[in-house]
Design a protein around this ligand. Structure first.
Ligand SMILES: *Cc1c(COP(=O)(O)O)cnc(C)c1O
Length: 397
């Protein structure tokens, strides 16, 4: 290891003082590994924001305009994360901007409070809708859903149809078609697209295809503050979401109040969003492709593995090096390989599965030079020349 890699492995002092070691994140924008890294311009904007007081309501309205424009929506809002956007979308569809209903949530008795969701879209963020006081009502099967099944699930108690856009998630039909069914019953469509940007087109795609509200993470591919999210859509519903967040007309804190964005967060997010919109994404993609290609090239000759550059698959977050384990593979299985990568120093986290039990080396958060460390360690582990820990030799502990 060179000394610069060593210092990278040792990591910033703030973490070292807490006895926490930085990791290499080849798993994507997962919260458990810190989401994404903010650009220096974003951090500078947040620092500047921290030097003065402002009317938070006015700041929200101004930032919301920028979010709306980026998403091609009537209105927008900065939230405390995509999970918070989910809470607010459900709350807005149940209580609207009625102060007495907002005061009552999460007790939604007497309100339309059922969120219908395709069975194959269910995921652990369903609970966000329940936090607001909604009941989740699944329709269809795990892999298929027919229009009549959606029609049957919608009743006089339905407040919204939820739609989840995420890697490897199957859609029962195009969003547009499902949205037409929901709208024919007067039911608004709420979309969780937390990790769907980049590509940038996805900022406008869901609204264009019938979403009444859509939520995104601010701290994933947009690279804003980790604890921020975007919410965009119909003006009346965004206004309702805002009331369920800061409840300026009622007497109690809204259900959204437990995940607030600060003035620094709001400024950081709009700065990151602007940078994201101005970014040459082709160039960023090319960098990810080159890193993934390096790893693919290094692992090409190992028998029993099919190692490929996967590029252009909408289920994958950018170009990735993917390791498929063939029938004649005689080494450690994917789980053991992932464990060995995590056990090294620095720990390397890679993605899991998708189509089969493959290993996905996701490049979105891999820092320059780290693709070599990843290739070194994978080579050792997969060609059986190391115990998976040899990356730690000579490095700091
Ligand atoms: C990451 C994610 C969330 C949560 O996003 P946060 O911004 O971390 O709150 C919600 N839904 C889906 C589908 C996600 O991938």
């Amino acid at each position: 290891m060179t000394s610069s890699q060593k210092s990278k492995a040792g990591g910033p002092g703030v973490y070292a003082r807490l006895g926490v070691k930085p990791v290499i994140n080849a798993q994507s924008w997962v919260t458990a590994l810190g989401g994404s890294l903010m650009a220096p311009e974003v951090l500078r904007a947040m620092q500047e924001a921290s030097t003065a007081f402002v009317d938070l309501h006015a700041l929200h309205l101004a930032a919301g305009e920028l979010v709306a424009r980026a998403c091609g929506a009537e209105a927008g809002l900065v939230t405390g994360g995509a999970a918070a956007s989910n809470v607010l979308m459900a709350a807005a569809c149940m209580a609207g901007d009625d102060p007495s209903k907002i005061d009552r949530l999460p007790d939604s008795s007497g309100m339309k409070n059922e969120v219908v969701i395709f069975e194959g879209h269910r995921n652990h963020y369903d609970s966000n809708f329940e936090v607001a006081g909604a009941r989740v009502v699944p329709w269809g099967f795990a892999r298929t859903g027919k229009p009549y099944q959606l029609e049957e699930a919608i009743t006089g108690k339905t407040c919204a149809m939820a739609w989840i856009a995420a890697p490897f998630m199957l859609d029962p039909m195009p969003l547009k078609e499902a949205a037409e069914i929901a709208h024919s019953h007067g039911v608004p469509v709420i979309v969780d697209a937390a990790a769907e940007v980049p590509p940038m087109e996805n900022l406008t795609r869901f609204i264009a295809n019938g979403a009444d509200l859509v939520g995104y993470s601010g701290g994933k591919g947009i690279r804003g503050p980790q604890a921020t999210g975007l919410l965009a859509g119909r003006r009346d519903l965004v206004a309702a979401a805002f009331q369920n967040y800061l409840n300026t007309h009622g007497t109690r804190a809204g259900v959204g109040r437990s995940s607030k964005a600060s003035k620094e967060d709001i400024v950081g997010l709009v700065t990151a969003l602007q940078i994201f919109m101005d970014t040459d994404h082709e160039a960023v993609w090319a960098g990810w492709r080159a890193g993934a290609q390096h790893i693919v090239d290094r692992l090409q000759d190992i028998d029993g593995l099919h190692v490929v550059l996967e590029d252009g698959d909408p289920n994958r977050q950018g170009p990735q090096a993917v390791i498929y384990f063939e029938r004649d593979w005689g080494g450690q299985g994917p789980d053991a390989v992932r464990d060995a990568l995590r056990a090294g120093d620095p720990a390397i986290h890679v993605g899991a599965g998708g189509y089969r039990d493959e290993i996905n080396v996701v490049m979105t958060n891999v820092q320059p030079g780290e693709e070599r460390l990843i290739a070194d360690r994978l080579e050792e582990i997969l060609s059986g020349t190391g115990d998976g820990n040899s990356g730690s030799e000579g490095s700091t502990s």
